[in-house]
Design a protein around this ligand. Structure first.
Ligand code: ARG
Length: 457
């Protein structure tokens, strides 16, 4: 492509280190779409003839059919998807192919292709996360009343409902989706026409190519257009954040599926056995979702490191932008689908969750709150009195609501029999009616609101 200036060809390793076709062939559809939009605009502006534009578009369509059927040839001598396709076009239509690259550089071409690809990737993630939200909503509704221990420091803290716990993940995924939607809106400006870095002297129409490719507008600055990989970083950062939410949910499934907890049994479809221990049902998919989060964060870090010291405009380091984004996208797609499958098919053990909620003195705060409300005790003092009640229950080996009333009145005379109304786990969760609280009525409202937002999409 640049033979005029060179007397010798590249060294074999030069060819190998330089070539991106092994991975950027994944951009072939975007590359062809970009080229068709470009040549159509060139013809409309009178820069190339209508006949040449027609021949180029026809040739590109035929190449798309070939690629679809046989894949993209990995010719390292042609370096990348842009050159592989242009050279195939020349084989097909002859000299007219050489007019396609008028008023264009691979620098604006690759930025355009990669933005188009990333935009489609975001749309896939948004849809997949929507399906995960639907699964969370459905299971939260099944378990709006299912009491489980809520934890802080992984110590039994206060009873909550499983529905409330699952809706917490729904809230995280809602933020993740809004981050991807933001990233999409910011990315949706077309770099095509920036050419190598300075723009071009040809009378191009950047509004036309931007519109043809579904962008909101052309980018404003030609140097920024070819230097910017913020859209890829936005994708990776949003992917990192969603993957860490998936990883936390995966971690909880792993803990909940362990025998000492026994809160959940993962379906056969989402469990694996052991080659030596016949009793095993291992949560491998959840462990891999947890593991993939680390790899996705690694992809994000890789591109941050690639970009951080680059002067304007294009440097070849930027060719390394694609592998981490492709890898993160593939890992994220698998992780979301696996987590969705696990959520949909898990069997939650209400009896185990309730038993553990009842065993950890989780309604101690309810006793303290009762003293405040019914006996006018300052909260700090109520906390101390309740601590003594917990100690008495622990010493006697009983639950808080199993302590005899006279044991309680001996600790503080202001306690009376009405206190038993608040000491059960059901009474505890039912009382947490503050906005965003765990009371089943609130959880059902949150579910209804989430459904309504989904219907508006
Ligand atoms: N394969 C290159 C990439 O992915 C295309 C741009 C090449 N531009 C250049 N000036 N060498 O970044």
């Amino acid at each position: 492509m640049w033979g005029g200036r060179f007397a010798e060809g590249p060294a074999a390793v030069m060819r190998e280190i330089n070539a991106s076709i092994p991975f950027d062939k994944r951009l072939w559809r975007e590359d062809i779409a970009g080229s068709k939009a470009h040549v159509t605009m060139l013809a409309a502006q009178g820069v190339v003839s209508a006949e040449d534009a027609e021949a180029i578009r026809g040739g590109l369509d035929a190449i798309a059919v070939e690629y679809e059927a046989q894949g993209v040839p990995e010719d390292l001598t042609l370096e990348d998807i842009h050159m592989v396709t242009e050279s195939r076009l020349a084989e097909k239509i002859g000299a007219a192919a050489g007019r396609l690259h008028t008023a264009r550089s691979r620098n604006d071409q690759v930025a355009t292709d990669f933005k188009l690809w990333t935009r489609a990737a975001i749309d896939e993630v948004l849809a997949a996360l929507g399906t995960l939200q639907d699964a969370l909503i459905a299971r939260a509704e099944d378990h709006a009343d299912s009491v489980m221990p809520g934890f802080t420091h992984l110590q039994s803290a206060q009873p909550v409902t499983l529905g409330h716990h699952l809706m917490a993940y729904h809230a995280m995924i809602a933020r993740d989706r809004s981050r991807f939607a933001d990233a999409r809106a910011r990315a949706n400006e077309c770099p095509l026409g920036a050419a190598a870095l300075a723009g071009t002297g040809f009378p191009i129409d950047r509004e036309a190519t931007a519109a043809a490719l579904g962008f909101d507008r052309p980018t404003a600055n030609s140097l920024d257009s070819v230097s910017d990989r913020d859209f890829a970083l936005d994708y990776l950062m949003a992917a990192t954040q969603v993957s860490l939410h998936l990883s936390r949910l995966a971690e909880e499934f792993i803990i909940w599926a362990s025998q000492p907890f026994g809160f959940v049994s993962l379906s056969d479809q989402w469990s694996t056995g052991s080659s030596i221990m016949p009793q095993k049902r291992n949560p491998d998919a959840a462990e891999l979702v947890r593991g993939h989060a680390g790899r996705i964060a690694g992809c994000m870090t890789a591109l941050v490191m690639t970009m951080k010291g680059l002067p304007l405009a294009y440097s070849k380091d930027m060719q390394d932008d694609k592998p981490p984004v492709f890898e993160a996208h593939d890992l994220l797609g698998l992780s979301i689908a696996a987590m969705t499958g696990m959520v949909e098919s898990a069997t939650f053990r209400n009896d185990r969750m309730r038993a553990l909620a009842e065993s950890g003195f989780a309604t101690a705060t309810d006793l303290a709150d009762w003293l405040v409300r019914e006996a006018g005790v300052p909260f700090r003092e109520a906390h101390h009195i309740t601590g003594r009640a917990v100690k008495a229950a622990e010493d006697a080996g009983v639950r808080l609501d199993e302590l005899p009333l006279d044991t309680l009145t001996a600790i503080d005379a202001r306690i009376d029999a009405r206190v038993f109304d608040v000491l059960s786990v059901d009474a505890s969760v039912a009382s947490r009616t503050s906005l965003g609280g765990t009371a089943p009525v609130r959880v059902r409202e949150a579910i209804a609101a989430a459904r309504a937002r989904r219907d508006e999409e």
